[in-house]
Write a protein that binds this ligand. Structure first.
Ligand code: G3H
Ligand code: 13P
Ligand code: ZN
Length: 315
């Protein structure tokens, strides 16, 4: 089937108390691992491409991989720009055939964020593309922007009143909110508590409106242990507990972004293969197991998010 927007998946997710997984793709192994997991679990999926991924892989290669996934499966797949920072990059992605774009001006003042978002919404909607926007600030590093520090994330959660006004002014289709999560593998110094009250309050004030949670990797300890065992050095990494991710998925959060955990799965497996087979130099012998590790990680996520088995109702 052709690419879909996120409209139907979000409606089903909102009504059904689950969230759709949005996974970052940069290369063929990530693409095949994600799609393989979604096929086995019959799950809808959002494949998201950052500006860095566009530069790294060349969008034409990534689009060809996605076209192949569409031809080989019957899954509802949305192709999404992750953290677009200008009108121009969002326009480029709309013109390139993306079905969803994110404009992220969350670091700019409210008025500037709202006005650029509105410009993107107008262009995207004319072309049948949906728009995710962001208000509030996350921690960690997203693209080249350094977010607030791990100690300060709770001070920068989204203000529900601003969120309502922002959606009204811009007409965006979904909204990424800051509720205490961060990007990357070093999200917290101690076990976190997310600001579920913020999600709940925005949800109550915008009934039926889909929210998005970024920075949702859980940084599973067993993968960090494997990476460190096989020559890595990732001390003090910590992610969002999986039960907190599952709880958000049952609320108004309809899209949950995961990148870091896939990177960890791939890295841990490649390190293990190299450590156990120092003479190995055939990329298929380490990228193949790496791809399988990505697939297993995505399957785990689909169950936490509750979107396993939900492909049919999202077509
Ligand atoms: O939010 C950022 C995503 O994890 C994408 O990361 O910009 O390194 O591709 P990237
Ligand atoms: P993680 O770094 O927690 O995987 O978050 C990814 C993300 O939010 C991409 O937009
Ligand atoms: Zn993000």
């Amino acid at each position: 089937m052709p690419l879909v927007t996120t409209e139907k998946m979000f409606k089903q997710a909102y009504d059904g108390g689950f969230a759709v997984g949005a996974f970052n793709v940069n290369n063929m192994e990530l693409m095949q691992g994600i799609i393989g997991a979604c096929q086995e679990e019959n799950a809808p999926v959002i494949l998201q491409i950052s500006r860095g991924a566009r530069q790294y892989a060349n969008i034409k290669y990534l689009k060809a991989l996605i076209d192949t996934a569409l031809a080989e499966t019957d899954l509802p797949i949305a192709m999404h720009l992750d953290h677009g920072d200008t009108f121009d990059i969002c326009k480029q992605c709309v013109d390139d055939g993306f079905t969803s774009v994110m404009i992220d001006k969350s670091h700019a003042p409210f008025a500037e964020n709202a006005s650029v978002t509105k410009q993107v919404v107008d262009y995207a909607h004319q072309n049948g593309v949906v728009v995710e926007a962001e208000i509030g600030q996350l921690g960690g590093i997203e693209e080249d922007v350094v977010g607030v520090s791990a100690d300060d994330v709770m001070k920068h959660v989204t203000d529900p009143t601003e969120a309502v006004e922002f959606v009204k002014q811009t007409g965006c289709d979904s909204l990424a909110v800051a509720c205490g999560t961060s990007h990357g593998a070093y999200k917290f110094k101690t076990e976190p508590t997310l600001a579920f009250n913020v999600i709940e309050e925005i949800g109550n004030r915008l009934p039926g409106f889909p929210l998005v949670m970024h920075g949702s990797s859980s940084v599973p300890k067993e993968f960090i242990d494997l990476i460190n065992k096989y020559g890595g050095n990732m001390p003090n990494s910590m992610g969002v507990p999986e039960d907190a991710v599952g709880k958000a998925a049952k609320m108004a959060v309809c899209k949950i972004n995961i990148d870091t955990d896939l990177r960890l799965a791939l890295t841990a497996k490649i390190r293990q293969v190299f450590a156990e087979n120092p003479g190995e130099f055939d990329p298929r012998k380490y990228l193949g197991p790496g791809r399988e590790a990505i697939k297993q990680m995505v399957k785990r996520k689909l169950h936490i998010l509750g979107c396993a088995g939900k492909a049919d109702i999202c077509r």
